[in-house]
Design a protein around this ligand. Sequence first.
Ligand code: PHE
Length: 340
Amino acid sequence: DLNTTLRQIAAAVDLQTLDGARVAALGKSGWVTALLKTLGQLSPEERQTRGPEIQGIRSRVAEAIAERKEQLEAAELERKLATERVDLSLPAVERPTGSVHPVSQVMEELAEIFADLGFAVAEGPEIETDWYNFTALNMPESHPARAMHDTFYCEPRDGEPARVLRTHTSPVQIRAMQSIGTPLRIIAPGRVYRSDSDATHTPMFHQIEGLVIDRAIHMGHLKWTLETFLKAFFEREDIVLRLRPSYFPFTEPSAEVDVGYSQEKGRRVVGGSDGWMEVLGSGMVHPKVIAAAGLDPDEWQGFAFGTGVDRLAMLKYGMDDLRAFFDGDIRWLKHYGFSA
Ligand code: PHE
């Protein structure tokens, strides 16, 4: 009867028991449902009194169920809040964290230094056409300087221009002149490839190119720019440069740039004047290169330089084996403070 059902509902300890009580009363063959069915057989007068009575029973049971359901759900939430609390005093599980690779870090440092001097960052493809990598840079097909590049050639494809893995970042000079136009101040860091491998050479390495094109640019601008950049990069004021006459097909005149070093704890450190070491190739952009990019060399002049990013990283952070850069050995990175 009603009291038994109400007691069952009140005593239900969980939602499942509560549902059992509901089915017993209001389910298809529950006793309240059975009562409701009897209404049909009653006379109209009887129905007048029994109807509201039975409906009253039904709603009391339904209300009791709803009320108990709410209580049980609230209790369940309480229990969860009490038991599933996050304990902030627990020590965290330490996980190894990655870090920026020295090559990437140096490229970022260089981009920042040159950004302060008004240089934007330009990019070009690593699979480059023979034309951009050589021809446009004043190295026509038979030019002997091509032989110095130990080029990786791509399998030729019908109807497509000949391609190589770029041997230097200088093709970005042409691409930048074409796509950005004048005046122009860019650096172009990136991977380059040469078929060469020993303690100081890896088949893939990194260069950064610099290019300025404007009116009346001269070598004084080049020297000041290099001096300013090297002082900022090596964080030393005692940086001395020596520009040595040299040859590159794409610059005229060309200069190899040496920087003064000092001997500190058995190792060469940039800055000072114990000796010279070569750090850069540079020069005034050859008129033929400016013309190849579609500009008028009588109106536009510029300087360019290129250097090895890996080499700069080694010099700055005192690393001695180029190959270790690409081994991915975390112990090596840790040793130089590059990994947590
Ligand atoms: N591209 C040259 C090299 O790879 C470096 C260079 C760049 C020289 C720009 C002059 C001007 O050796």
